[in-house]
Design a protein around this ligand. Structure first.
Ligand code: ATP
Length: 248
């Protein structure tokens, strides 16, 4: 990892915890450098806006990476998308092709394979700790689709890989991408994100708590990671915030 990103990352593995994001956020004021926390099992995985990430022991990879940025908070808006690009690169090198759904999902064959949740906290001496949480399905957990009421993807191909090798590949790709993001911001990732876009040219709705805010054609993302939406009133840009995206 040091070779590719010049970052040294402390790696910690625990058998079980509630949420790796919650654990790293609780320690953010005392962290001295990047930390990767991997949980064999997460019992209270978090999604955006209080939603849950569900996983069964051994079926998924659940981990968080704490990384410090000396950038204003608004420049981190594109970070979940850059993380998606890093995951897609690493998965492609492992033989699994994925697409990205704005703002924070990794899809395989149209269903969610992995989710990204980024939570931030001001660092005591200045700067911001970003805690980047990732949940990725390796095997299809029993009854998950019934529980959440939507289809889900898994990657059994990855489940057959050595878990340490897979984690190392993901971490190397993430560390390189985060170093690049720190230097150049999301602008360095927008073209790659647009090539991996799951729904280019599709008619989509932006939902806020189930209510439709905007309808339009998804035209990709700009250099800040905002979604470009071509609607009845012309092109608008949408900030991630807590909105969700659906195809129509
Ligand atoms: P949406 O997926 O509706 O666009 P989102 O991207 O903001 O919303 P997140 O908050 O990132 O979703 O993830 C939480 C959602 O992911 C849950 O509400 C549930 O629908 C779904 N989910 C939970 N566990 C899994 C899993 N193991 N695999 C795939 N999807 C899951």
């Amino acid at each position: 990892i040091e070779q590719r990103s010049r970052a040294q990352v402390a790696v910690e593995v625990v058998g079980q915890t509630g949420s790796t994001n919650a654990d790293l956020l609780a320690r953010a004021s005392t962290l001295e450098g990047p930390v990767l926390l991997v949980a064999e099992h997460q019992t209270a995985g978090r999604g955006r806006a209080g939603r849950s990430w569900l996983s069964a022991p051994g079926d998924s990879l659940t981990f968080s990476l704490a990384w410090k940025f000396d950038l204003p908070l608004q420049q981190l808006a594109g970070l979940p998308l850059a993380v998606g690009v890093a995951l897609a690169d690493a998965l492609s090198a492992c033989g699994v092709q994925v697409q990205l759904k704005w703002p924070n999902d990794v899809l395989k064959d149209g269903s969610k394979l992995a989710g990204v949740l980024i939570e931030t906290q001001a660092a005591p001496g200045g700067g911001i700790w970003a805690v980047i949480g990732i949940g990725m399905n390796l095997r299809m957990p029993d009854d998950l689709e019934e529980r959440i009421g939507r289809t889900v993807a898994a990657a059994p191909w990855l489940a057959r890989m050595d878990r340490d090798d897979l984690m190392a590949a993901l971490l190397a790709s993430l560390a390189a991408a985060l170093g690049e993001f720190r230097q150049a911001g999301f602008g360095a990732f927008s073209a790659r994100w647009n090539r991996l876009h799951a729904w280019p040219g599709r008619r989509v709705s932006i939902l806020d708590n189930g209510a439709v805010l905007h309808d339009g054609i998804a035209a990709g993302v700009d250099d800040s990671g905002r979604l470009l939406l071509d609607g009845a009133e012309g092109r608008i840009t949408v900030l991630a915030g807590d909105v969700s995206l659906r195809t129509r």
